[in-house]
Design a protein around this ligand. Structure first.
Ligand SMILES: C[S@@+](CC[C@H](N)C(=O)[O-])C[C@H]1O[C@@H](n2cnc3c(N)ncnc32)[C@H](O)[C@@H]1O
Length: 496
């Protein structure tokens, strides 16, 4: 029985995940692009990172392993999630992380150290109004002056065409027997049958596309997305109004490219956007123009505005590193209208970054005529091909090495859907996004095995891979050894 859950799914665990916008340095960059001073204590100060709705704790544990001088607190009311998070932290010997099993609605009464960064991924639009009110009370008590709050949620109006589908899957699902994973599968199957019967609503683009695609997704994900009694997508203005009760100011989108209307909107749309200065109204216009189903927003407790000159001065001093092999770098940007080509200066930047992390000011100097640090950082990082390096030159700490060894040792199979994972880096203060194959190879190398052990690794992983896919397994392992170890060293995951 999960009566304690208040309508949220608690009879099956959520998938494990780690997402870039949850990283402190990413939030710092997002804030700067929004013209807000969002610098964090990265080098020596001991900061507090709080995650609300931590699920199985992967992101929180990565933050703890990547920032050994920081304290991390991870909260979730599902005991299975807290047990999984504690187990991961214990295995990795992390002593700077505390997991708290608690309901947000009741947490505001508890004493907690002020938090410099708070992250809530996949929580807000999935919980009841009473729980959201509890979150706001908690944030009001706990966020430090100048502290950053990251919040992701399903947004309106982009979700409008999918609301009926969620309701259909939820209602059909809860009339089916069994756990919520069985229920969501039954609900989706029923939606599929209605679509095949040409049900009018399910012919609309979003609902139709969701029915076609969702069959592929992990059931833990689907159950937590579709079987919650209180799921309700929100307008940005309503979220911003709710958080203002905790003295939180909306600062920027965590999706960095969205801070650049030039990239995201047509000329005519920009003209209409520019009729307004109020950022809340501008976000509504953007939400009407762009298909933003999942918003990542950054709020700051007491936003201090920077002039463009002040902002650019801070941006010039940031360091960036590639997170993908230079040869795989894609010079096209996905924008609502299709794809846009990056300017020729980006060829110079990528060439310069082949040798490792560089200061933005030095990168700009490699491409005469390009003097815009905001565009440089936003495009490299916002296309998920580079990361900010808050502690350049810092080698992997013993905590990060132990954590990555632990992750690697847990990987015994590459079969099934690929979760979004990472590898801890002290230099990055977060994880380098990584596939299971990367985690496996990194763990083995850190455990003392050489890069030449490819055949042993293949033997260890081939057991549940069908024979016809063995060639693919070989290719994946070769790709990691030949192409990914360089970026792992440059990002401070492996010693240089
Ligand atoms: C969709 S999951 C996201 C988990 C994690 N942030 C991630 O992205 O992997 C939402 C999480 O919020 C937790 N949660 C929901 N309602 C809660 C409440 N009232 N108090 C505490 N945790 C809650 C759930 O147990 C679940 O782990």
């Amino acid at each position: 029985m999960t009566d304690w859950a208040g309508g949220y799914v608690a009879d099956i665990e959520y998938i494990t995940g780690f997402y870039r916008p949850q990283a402190p340095a990413h939030l710092t960059l997002a804030g700067l692009l929004g013209g807000v001073d969002s610098r964090l204590p990265m080098q020596t100060d001991a900061a507090h990172y709080l995650e609300l709705g931590c699920g199985r704790g992967m992101n929180a544990a990565l933050m703890a392993a990547s920032n050994p001088g920081w304290q991390v607190t991870a909260v979730d009311y599902n005991p299975a999630h807290i047990a999984a998070g504690r187990s991961l932290a214990n295995q990795a010997g992390l002593d700077n992380i505390t997991f708290i099993e608690a309901d947000f609605a009741a947490l505001a009464e508890r004493d907690m150290r002020p938090a410099d960064v708070v992250s809530m991924h996949g929580v807000w639009s999935w919980v009841s109004p009473a729980v959201r009110a509890g979150i706001v009370r908690l944030l009001n008590r706990v966020v430090a002056p100048g502290g950053l709050v990251h919040l992701s949620y399903n947004a309106l109006p982009a979700w409008q065409g999918g609301i009926g589908l969620q309701r259909l899957v939820f209602e059909a699902g809860r009339r089916s027997p069994g756990r919520s994973d069985r229920q969501v599968t039954a609900g989706l199957a029923f939606a599929g049958e209605l679509k095949d019967a040409s049900a009018r609503y399910l012919m609309d683009p979003l609902a139709s596309d969701l029915v076609a695609r969702l069959g592929e997704a992990a059931v833990g994900y689907l159950a937590h997305e579709y079987m919650n009694a209180h799921w309700s997508p929100c307008f940005h203005a309503d979220v911003a109004a709710a958080l203002s009760d905790a003295k939180l100011d909306w600062a920027a989108s965590g999706n960095l490219l969205e801070s650049f209307p030039d990239l995201m909107l047509s000329d005519t749309q920009r003209g209409l956007l520019n009729r307004y200065e109020d950022p809340i109204m501008r976000e509504l216009v953007k939400d009407i123009c762009m298909p933003r189903q999942l918003r990542h927003d950054l709020f700051v407790r007491g936003a201090r505005r920077l002039t463009n000159e002040q902002r650019d001065a801070v941006l010039r001093e940031l360091f960036v590193v590639m997170s993908v092999p230079a040869d795989d770098f894609v010079f096209a940007i996905d924008v609502p209208a299709g794809q846009a080509e990056m300017g020729p200066a980006f060829r110079h930047f990528v060439k310069a970054l082949r040798d490792g992390p560089m200061r933005v000011a030095d990168l700009l100097a490699t491409a005469p005529g390009h003097s815009n640090p905001a565009e440089l950082a936003a495009v490299l990082v916002g296309t998920n091909q580079a990361l900010i390096v808050p502690r350049p030159g810092t080698p992997p700490s013993t905590e990060a090495i132990r954590f990555n060894r632990t992750l690697g040792a847990q990987i015994t199979s590459l079969a099934g859907p690929e979760p979004s994972g990472g590898l801890a880096s002290t230099a990055l203060g977060t994880g380098l996004p990584a596939t299971r194959a990367m985690q496996f190879v990194c763990g083995r190398i850190l455990a003392g095995e050489g890069e030449a052990d490819l055949d042993t690794w293949f033997q260890d992983l081939r057991h549940d891979i069908p024979e016809e896919k063995h060639e693919t397994l070989h290719r994946i392992l070769h790709d990691v050894v030949d192409n990914r170890l360089g970026p792992m060293r440059q990002a401070g995951v492996l010693p240089g």
